[in-house]
Ligand binder design. Structure first.
Ligand code: PLP
Length: 351
């Protein structure tokens, strides 16, 4: 990978933007030798962004350093946020708001999941978030409901910072820095990876791609999609990367052709466990003591495992898997764990 000077430049540019400290950084980079041996492929490294510290960790805590930094700079006293009921984003944002003394109202889309007080929702509740359930699908329709709520709170005199797609470019800046952080850790180990796998729909993939474009090459990053959007995801990731580039004073010249997305592992649908994802989840836990989540990271790991099994990498190569978090959601997937992950039972001799 490229020089430390590039990483320093990216960090200096990002330092011009409003930011709050929320995450434990740098997150560890670890090797997964038992998983690699089991698969008989390349060395596998894992970037532990499930260990960003706040509220059980995850990628949204990096995003929120810049988003809630902007919220505070704007004098916000209320944050309106939203996603699915088992949203990792909402859980991390609820905790960040508690820490920063901001009120938060969550608009949670029911989708296929129930509203049982479990997993991430349980943590939202404990962290003191106000929440409501709505029927809108994720994406522009949910954004519209959030914008509507924001207007209602503004009419009542609140200063509101509201989540929408318009924020994703700023969120992506945090993953440009994450790529610089990863680059440094890899250089210390003298490892030059053939690919970086990440579960990404938008900001996270966009930031990593932009970082990689400056530190190595953009096509190093493989964004494994947990959801299919009704638009071209590669073009959308390139657009978000270019928004982040503008915020960093860099040329916004990334094209969709440089963005590699893998839409082949969504399974039955967004947020729904897939058999290959749950098999990957069990493998990571049983060989390495790493817990993935059914909606995002398990599907990204399934993509990596499928590529290794297809012989895409040789044993003298290395790949990186970015663990973006999501583990608290596991507790809301008990049924899928029971039906898709076989129980281990060592019968005691003579019993
Ligand atoms: C939100 C989330 C992602 C996707 O992040 P984007 O910024 O939308 O690309 C991936 N993994 C986990 C665990 C998440 O919670």
């Amino acid at each position: 990978m490229a020089s430390t000077a590039t990483g320093d430049l990216l960090r200096r540019r990002a330092a011009r933007l409003p930011r709050v400290t929320l995450a434990h950084l740098p997150t560890p980079l670890e090797e997964l030798p038992r998983l690699a041996a089991h698969l008989g492929g390349p060395r596998i490294f894992i970037k532990r962004d499930d260990c960003t510290g706040l509220a059980f960790g995850g990628n949204k805590t990096r995003h929120n350093e810049f988003l809630l930094g902007e919220a505070l700079a704007q004098g916000a006293d209320l944050v309106v946020w939203g996603a699915g009921v088992q949203s990792n984003n909402c859980r991390q944002t609820a905790a960040a708001c508690a820490k920063l003394g901001l009120a938060i109202h969550l608009v949670l889309a029911c989708g296929h999941s129930g509203t049982e007080l479990q997993g991430n929702l349980l943590l939202d509740h404990i962290a003191g978030a106000s929440y409501e359930f709505v029927d809108a699908p994720l994406g522009p329709e949910l954004d519209r409901v959030m914008a509507e709520r924001a207007e209602q709170f503004r009419a009542a005199g609140r200063t509101v910072y509201v989540q929408s797609r318009a924020l994703w470019g700023r969120a992506a800046v945090s993953y440009v820095l994450a790529m610089a952080e990863l680059d440094e850790q890899l250089r210390e180990r003298q490892v030059s990876p053939a690919a970086v796998y990440v579960s990404a729909t938008g900001a996270t993939g966009a930031g990593l791609v932009l970082g990689a474009a400056h530190l190595a090459t953009a096509d190093l990053v493989r964004s494994v999609l947990p959801i299919r959007w009704p638009w071209d995801e590669a073009a959308s990731i390139a657009e978000l990367a270019n928004q982040a580039a503008e915020l960093l004073g860099l040329p916004p010249d990334l094209s969709a052709a440089q963005v590699r997305v893998d839409g082949g592992h969504v399974g039955p649908g967004y947020g729904q466990a897939s058999p290959e994802g749950m098999a990957a989840l069990a493998l990571a836990a049983r060989l390495e003591g790493i817990f993935l989540d059914p909606a995002y990271t398990a599907k990204a790991m399934a993509a990596l495992i499928a590529d290794i099994r297809a012989g895409r990498y040789t044993s003298d190569q290395a790949v990186v898997f970015v663990h973006t978090g999501g583990t608290p959601a596991l507790f809301a997937y008990r049924g899928d764990v029971e039906s898709l992950i076989p129980r281990i039972f060592h019968a005691p001799p003579g019993a």
